[in-house]
Design a protein around this ligand. Structure first.
Ligand code: AHR
Length: 518
């Protein structure tokens, strides 16, 4: 049986397929073109998203200055340290659906005077606005990440959006800049990324693309570049496979936007009414989850093709600013809080999705997994003063070596991983060369029953030394808990060997491995 697969902007190939037998290693061949890298993997592909939703902002990030939990100006120190360690490049805020009902002036000035509102999208809970513009931008400064602020098109005015940008980024003697100074911040912040609405086809206003395109043009006109500030404007993009939305936006806005977003979530069942458990699942559901996650390849290819028609130079970035797994909430938790556990399965979804983004980095300029803490596919979970790192965290930390590196095209002959009458490629790969000249190869073996033997030819480079790290566990649903926080953690990977042509490696079943080649 043969399958066609593409890796990297330039490399498409025919794959010979060998079906895996339980426990017998699968055979996989890889050719990395170390001499023909052209595109840079934008560091922002490794971005994150934090919404006023459940316990992401409150408890996850913000505990307040008087909390017994160690904090700096109200922001948890343990979380800041973990995010720095993960090298988070960009953080989107305040939503999500929340963004289109957020009025930023509610969240500035003395905290005790800020109005409380009801968070109507997410659980109907009271939002006291204690975490607002100053607190978010302080968080970004503490972790050393770029802010990506999403403005309110759905229920906010053009003036409100214009004034927010002025408040944050202008150094003039002007009303909003002076209001910021009065609130304790003399110099403007850098806000390099600004979203003009969120899911304007849905919770952000139920608009048709033609109507949104006009709204984008109008609101965006008043998102000013003040001296010293250059804002990258991101328009609301398609819901998954809504290619018509992309067609209309490219026709009617085109290069008037810098980025066009795309949202796609992985539901194991594909059914919003019964998504499936985060931790209690069978191998069939494990396989189905990867089939759903791998749909991202087709979405990236097709949206890029549409964008290519109007923008062949690829100046408009595809910004996948919401992606990740979405399961039924953990039993006993508020259904509006979207709290879910995170297992080795999530680590593999992260690994294969990040490989896809790397391989499409000629068009994909940013991506933001949903969401940072305690919501959906989180990298961190908290319970009062306790904090744990999820398997997904470890993948982001391991893959950080790809940030701003040059993508190296790769051809892959890979064994399938069959599941019932379906199959997926058993191995996912991307490769890059960093500024110091080191080559990194990230590989995911989706098969939980068989190791994957990889024979790699490295064209245009010599392998002196190969080392690596891996993430795996004994069970497919292995996860970290507050009582057992290190069930899934990284380990040294020593089974890779350099050869005259490149290297060989045997990946354990159900593992993520990142190799470093010098
Ligand atoms: O991430 C959760 C929600 O999913 C966001 O608020 C919304 O944009 C999307 O539908």
């Amino acid at each position: 049986m043969k399958t066609l697969a593409c890796l990297g902007a330039a490399a498409c190939l025919l794959i010979s397929v060998a079906f895996s037998a339980d426990t017998a290693p699968t055979a996989n061949k890889l050719v990395i073109h170390a001499d023909s890298g052209k595109s840079t993997i934008n560091r922002n592909i490794y971005g994150h998203f934090s919404e006023h939703l459940g316990r992401c902002i409150y408890e996850g990030i913000w505990v307040g200055e008087n909390s017994p939990i160690p904090n700096t100006r109200g922001i948890r120190n343990d979380v800041v340290a973990a995010l720095k360690q993960m090298h988070i490049p960009v953080l989107r805020w305040p939503g999500g659906c929340f963004a289109d009902e957020y009025h930023w002036k509610d969240g500035i000035g003395p905290r005790e005077q800020r109005p409380s509102i009801i968070n109507t999208h997410w659980g109907g809970v009271v939002e006291n606005n204690h975490f607002g513009t100053h607190e978010f931008l302080d968080l970004c400064e503490q972790i050393g990440t770029s802010p990506y602020v999403c403005g309110n098109v759905g229920s906010g005015s053009v003036q409100e959006m214009m004034e927010w940008v002025e408040y944050m980024t202008s150094d003039a003697n002007s009303p909003m800049a002076n209001l910021r100074r009065k609130n304790g911040r003399e110099k403007p912040w850098k806000v390099p990324y600004f979203g003009v609405g969120n899911e304007s086809w849905g919770c952000g206003g139920g608009m048709r693309p033609e109507f949104y395109a006009d709204n984008f043009r109008r609101y965006n006109t008043f998102v000013k570049n003040y001296p010293g500030s250059q804002v990258y404007r991101i328009a609301c993009g398609a819901n998954g496979a809504d290619y018509h939305w992309t067609e209309v936006m490219m026709d009617q806005v085109g290069r008037g936007m810098n980025g066009l977003s795309l949202h796609y979530y992985t539901l194991p069942t594909g059914n919003w009414g019964r998504k499936g458990s985060a931790t209690d699942f069978t191998e069939d559901q494990w396989h189905a989850t990867f089939r759903q996650a791998l749909r991202m390849e087709g979405l990236l290819t097709r949206h890029s093709e549409i964008m290519d028609k109007k923008d062949p130079e690829k100046r408009v970035g595809l910004v996948v600013d919401e992606w990740g797994t979405w399961y039924d909430v953990e039993p006993g938790t508020n259904p509006g809080f979207l709290y879910q556990q995170n297992t080795l399965r999530d680590a593999l979804v992260a690994g294969i999705t990040l490989n896809l983004f790397n391989n499409h980095c000629d068009r994909v300029k940013m991506a933001n997994i949903a969401q940072l803490i305690n919501v959906l596919q989180a990298v961190i979970l908290t319970d009062k003063e306790k904090m744990i790192l999820t398997p997904t965290y470890h993948v982001f930390e391991m893959y950080a070596v790809h940030q701003d590196a040059t993508l190296l095209p790769a051809d892959l002959q890979v064994a399938d991983y069959p599941g019932g009458t379906e199959k997926v490629p058993g191995l996912s790969v991307s490769a890059s060369r960093d500024k110091a000249g080191k080559i990194h190869v990230s590989l995911c073996n989706l098969n939980p029953n068989a190791p994957a033997e990889v024979t790699c030819e490295l064209q245009g480079a010599k392998t002196q030394k190969v080392s690596g790290r891996m993430l795996t566990a004994s069970e497919i649903n292995a996860h970290n808990t507050f009582d057992r926080p290190e069930v899934v953690k990284t380990a040294e990977f020593s089974s890779a060997k350099s050869t005259a042509e490149g290297f060989t490696a045997t990946l354990p079943p159900k593992s993520v491995v990142v190799l470093e080649i010098e």
